[in-house]
Design a protein around this ligand. Sequence first.
Ligand SMILES: *Cc1c(COP(=O)(O)O)cnc(C)c1O
Length: 460
Amino acid sequence: MKYISTRGRMEPVGFQDAVMTGLAPDGGLLLPEKLPQVGDRLEEWAQLSYQELAFEIISLFATDIPPADLAELITDSYATFDHAEVAPSVEVGDFQILELFHGPTLAFKDVALQFLGNLFEYILEQRGGKLNILGATSGDTGSAAIHGVRGKPNINIFIMHPAGRTSPLQEKQMTSVLDDNVFNLAVDGTFDDCQNIMKTTFGDVGFKTEHSLGSVNSVNWARVLAQTVYYFYAAFRTMEKTGTKSVQFSVPTGNFGDILAGYLAQRMGLPISKLILATNENDILSRFFNSGTYGMADVVPTLSPSMDIQVASNFERYLYYKVGEDAEKLAAMMDNFNENGSLSVPLNENGAVDDLFVAGRGDTAATLATIKKYHDQYGYVLDPHTAVGVYVAEQFKSEEAPTICLATAHPAKFTQAIIDAIGEAVHHPTLDALANAETRCDSIANDVDAVKEYLVGHIM
Ligand SMILES: *Cc1c(COP(=O)(O)O)cnc(C)c1O
């Protein structure tokens, strides 16, 4: 399987190169040249465990990794999860709640980043070489990335967070990881400052090459690929429970990585009748699917911070299919977007952008009310991200296709929002144990040169 750029100006590369490249050199995102069609394998796949299914799906894409090695990578990646099924579904009211928070940091990003960390280390072992990951985080991603690569001999990870501006719990999830290859940097500035330092450092191509800098951002193809697995797994479980022939998924959405995985699963032949896209007040994507116009707006902070985005970094992959896999047309659209901050696609005869998608938004009041409702009626506590998805899903129920709502984080991660919604906190032993954990973190000035100097001094 070869990978191409959505903007068409890159020689096709193999899977391992696609993983190590991240963003394509022409500014586009990588996609497989052709999506495999798996419709005739679904019956057989429905019998598999999560890990076996992951192997079947990923091996169609990772054709340059020997099967035995891939099987081991997958087994190792999901051995860190605290549930035998990895991604179990539970019935709550009218919905199946797909719990994606059984990994080490209690958020769905672990599903992809546990795999990506092992994959990076495997490729570096094969090829020789080191990787120094530099990232900026306001919370979830940094912590999942750190837990994905901790203790790996050929990788160092440097994660910047804005000093004093990350929730104490999320900060501790990062700084309590004491492995020698993990460096937490508390930057005297905001999250934007951290991102700017990162962009400037990566922009210095000489420095980046000399020090083998890399990133783990959500455009990495391996992340999207790992996420397609749970769409298949959950659809099989729900169809077998309900006897239906198709399902719909509701996805709390930020950078469009998660829902893109569902879209690809559908294109590969999984019977998904609707993808319900749910955003918070940062609703660039729900506006797009309801109006055809994708227009940038300012970010407002919400109760679901991992969905607080201005532009969705994975959206370009969807657009590529939307314009009929025409890379030139897509490149022109993206150029136009970068110039004007907006792009449009025509609506179809049903007044929709795409008949597969419906979209809506849930604001702070809706989030709190939904958490309270499911707690009071069913004794189940949704985290604020999941609550947005459930709130929007309530508007799109179907008789023929049961709705699976993706639960992207454990509620114990968002103490204050949960207290505001139901009057008490929920607990998780992993988080409770952090209270007395030893931590390691270095403070650093809000200054690119200070960060570069730190990197050079600590790269082993
Ligand atoms: C990252 C994240 C999301 C959004 O996922 P995208 O792939 O960016 O759309 C939703 N919920 C939680 C808890 C997250 O960490």
